[in-house]
Design a protein around this ligand. Structure first.
Ligand code: FEO
Ligand code: CA
Ligand code: CA
Length: 747
């Protein structure tokens, strides 16, 4: 099922799609303004920028944090000083099938695919023969985002750095390794079918979220507690409430929930977030591809409006894992629910609307294992990478930032209606209903002059209403369910695949990785100041690869340092590149052998140290190195000073060129350093820490994913045997990283 080839570890990324057909004016069309802008000297650090210095209201005090604000809440303003130096020597790039970590540190696996999470579950055999039902309480596959919640002796949130709950996402699966000889399939092409129910059930369980208790022993070693009462799996089979403005919409009605108030399961859980009341947010990314909808069969049964929405969200095809084809189905349509075609008399008789019940931010209370999770529809429906909490300030709205991870999609933020009351920190998920069911959803527009705007997606606005060209919105539920279409209508800026965001605890500025883009979506004509590069990078097989092959990291400062502001100023913090490439047009951040990277994905700030951690999910630099984790000490928006304003010349495969003005942060220098390189053919994604900063938990996803499926019986052909070694099947896993002298990591 995974496209596998003997020689090329082709990571076929389902995110590698672009289905944004909007012709929003590229801000690069204003290239003629470039000369004018530079003449006016609109450099960061000028008077306009000075007017935006940090004047925000005081953030939460240390006491408020200790009383149970967020698991990694931003410290009080001014309380955290970033060090001036990183405290380790860079790790070399590597193609070894192992985890290489900086000298003086140790990294060891803690929680691997299939590890048992209840007393009666046997150890994982990892040969495909583990009973399907046991997967309901095993670690899932493809570990992704992760958050540590400290826990006290009474099972409540605390700032403990020795006992806690890890909540983590299991985004997807490598099907070949879950079954004795890979997935059993019959037929070919569009008629290909699944036939073994146990295999499909394993796959349902292997997706979703795990909550698992972890503990630090007196000798400093970490383990997870197999029989903890807090251990929990939320999978594609778990009933989940639909909450907020889109709950009960006719567009959410399914046979499972004729009232449109529930759905079954969560899926493709990518990045995450948390709340100041210590609940976990898991974000549903590219779920559309799991549904079966044969366009030629289904389109004639759909209205023009439905067809537009289905196309914009990419609901088309046979379904990534072919789950809808599993027959016979169960009485409650465990398998048939993946068929998004019109098959019944009404929406309450089939699953035509099932795709609308995914792509949300989902709230899970890790401290209440029997509580039903809630999909928070006020935060909008798109391929959420994650939902990242902005600075928490008493008396102000709370803000979460999100990116939509597909090529050419947008950056969003959600601003609560209610102002933050620190007394809500101990109310658990009840606080979620107050803050996450009512708010405003905005989308970002990045202007060529280094400013930007947040544009509200509100039904009844001049661009979003019943007469919007191409899509007649019905109500706010329709706007939230089809946030991409609303964002198209207001002219949001198409980005180079937004992955993770992170909020700097030192100054509240927001960073977001734009992992890469291809030549067709980011053509020369489509360049803009915030996505300014198109160049050649050779991939592992030597094929020329044009576009923004190595990605970049954008950052912004909200006006008045108020996360709820509707204007901002931005620059580009780092550009991914190979060391030694053209410093004027490709390697704009001056990366060297100690810190060159490609395709930034995971991004996270330590609230203990202020170190920014960057993780990669790359397919462009894999001839030289496996994916990696880097540590960085950023300055802030405008730290490029007099060198910030640049003109980048891009060249496409036909030799045509185009100049684009952009705004670049300070060179990486020794403030960015490679800390860890993962095993072969993996992605490094997901990172969290204990509050004392002495333990990092990092996820290693899909080592050896590109192994030849046809050779599943010949382990010598597996591309990775990590973490168990020998001739074992590779496993995604959480690793624990500590400093050998017991100190704080990274500094
Ligand atoms: Fe699941 Fe956007 O990576
Ligand atoms: Ca990702
Ligand atoms: Ca990625």
């Amino acid at each position: 099922m995974t496209a596998l080839d003997n020689n090329v570890p082709a990571h076929v990324d389902p995110d590698d799609v672009s289905i944004n057909p909007s012709n929003n004016p590229s801000i690069g069309d204003v290239v003629a303004q470039r000369v004018e802008l530079s003449r006016r000297g609109m450099l960061m650090g000028t008077a306009a920028a000075a007017a935006l210095t940090f004047v925000g209201a005081p953030l939460l005090s240390r006491d408020a944090v200790a009383q149970g604000a967020a698991p990694a809440a931003a410290p009080a303003a001014g309380a955290l000083k970033r060090p001036t130096q990183l405290g380790f020597r860079a790790v070399a790039k590597s193609l070894a099938d192992t985890v290489s970590v900086a000298e003086g540190y140790s990294a060891s696996p803690l929680f691997r695919l299939g590890d048992p999470m209840a007393a009666n579950i046997p150890a994982y055999k990892n040969d495909g023969t583990d009973a399907a039902a046991t997967y309901a309480m095993r670690a899932g596959d493809h570990h992704d985002a992760i958050t540590y919640f400290g826990m006290d002796a009474n099972g409540r949130y605390s700032t403990s750095s020795t006992r806690g709950l890890l909540a983590m996402n299991h985004e997807a699966i490598t099907p070949a390794f879950l079954h004795p000889t890979g997935p059993t399939l019959t037929g070919t092409g569009a008629d290909q079918k699944r036939t073994v129910a146990d295999e499909v059930m394993k796959e349902y369980y292997a997706h979703g979220v795990a909550v698992v208790e972890v503990e630090k022993a007196a000798n400093g070693g970490w383990s997870y507690k197999q029989d903890s009462r807090f251990n929990r799996r939320v999978t594609t089979l778990t009933p989940i409430a639909l909450s907020g403005p889109a709950a009960g919409s006719p567009m959410m009605v399914t046979k499972f929930s004729p009232q449109g108030t529930q759905t079954r399961g969560t899926l493709n859980n990518c990045a995450n977030g948390y709340t100041p009341w210590n609940t976990y947010l898991t974000c549903e990314e590219n779920t559309a591809g799991y549904f079966r909808r044969i366009v030629a069969t289904d389109d004639p049964k759909r209205s023009d409006k439905e067809k537009r929405a289905l196309a914009r969200y990419g609901v088309a095809g046979t379904g990534r894992e072919l789950w809808a084809t599993m027959a016979p189905d169960t009485a409650d349509n465990i398998h048939g629910r993946w068929n998004a075609e019109v098959t019944g008399a009404t929406a309450a008789d089939d699953y035509r609307n099932a795709p609308n019940t995914y792509l949300w931010t989902v709230e899970i209370d890790p401290f209440t294992p029997d509580a039903m999770p809630k999909k928070r529809t006020a935060m909008g429906r798109f391929a959420h990478e994650g939902s990242w909490l902005g600075p928490v300030v008493a008396g102000r709205p709370l803000v979460w930032y999100s990116g939509d991870d597909s090529r050419g999609e947008y950056i969003y933020k959600y601003v609560t209606t209610a102002n933050w009351d620190p007394a809500d920190a101990n109310r658990g998920a009840a606080a979620g209903d107050k803050y996450l069911d009512s708010g405003k959803l905005y989308v970002a527009k990045f202007n060529a002059d280094g400013t930007g705007e947040w544009i509200e997606l509100r039904f009844g606005s001049p661009q979003i209403n019943a007469t919007t060209p191409g899509y007649a919105f019905t109500d706010q539920a329709d706007v939230l369910i089809h946030a991409r279409l609303a964002a198209d209508a207001v002219g949001a800026t198409k980005m180079d695949r937004p992955e993770w965001g992170a909020v700097d605890p030192v100054n509240g500025q927001v960073y977001m990785t734009l992992t890469n883009n291809n030549a067709s979506v980011r053509s020369l004509a489509a360049l803009d100041a915030a996505n300014p590069r198109h160049y050649n990078d050779k991939r592992v097989n030597g094929t020329n690869q044009y576009g923004n092959s190595n990605g970049h990291i954008i950052r912004w400062q909200e006006a008045n340092d108020n996360a709820a502001s509707t204007t901002l100023r931005w620059d580009i913090y780092l550009f991914g590149a190979r060391a030694g490439t053209d410093p004027q047009n490709v390697n704009l951040s001056g990366l060297t052998a100690e810190n060159d990277f490609s395709s930034p994905d995971g991004l996270w700030f330590s609230n203990a140290t202020g170190v920014c951690w960057i993780q990669t999910d790359d397919g462009a630099y894999t001839d030289v190195t496996n994916c990696m984790l880097l540590a960085a000490l950023p300055g802030g928006v405008g730290d490029g000073g007099a060198q910030a304003r640049r003109t980048v010349t891009s060249t496409n495969a036909d030799g045509q060129t185009r100049e684009m003005a952009t705004i670049v942060g300070a060179p990486a220098g020794d403030k960015v350093r490679r800390f860890l390189v993962g095993p072969y053919d993996c992605e490094i994604t997901g990172i969290t820490e204990t509050p004392d900063g002495k333990t990092l938990f990092v996820n290693i996803q899909h080592p050896g994913e590109g192994s030849p499926a046809a050779s599943i019986g010949d382990p010598s052909k597996f591309l990775s045997h990590w973490p168990d070694g020998g001739m074992s099947r590779p496993r995604s896993a959480t690793i624990v990283i500590t400093k050998n002298d017991g100190g704080v990591v990274g500094v």
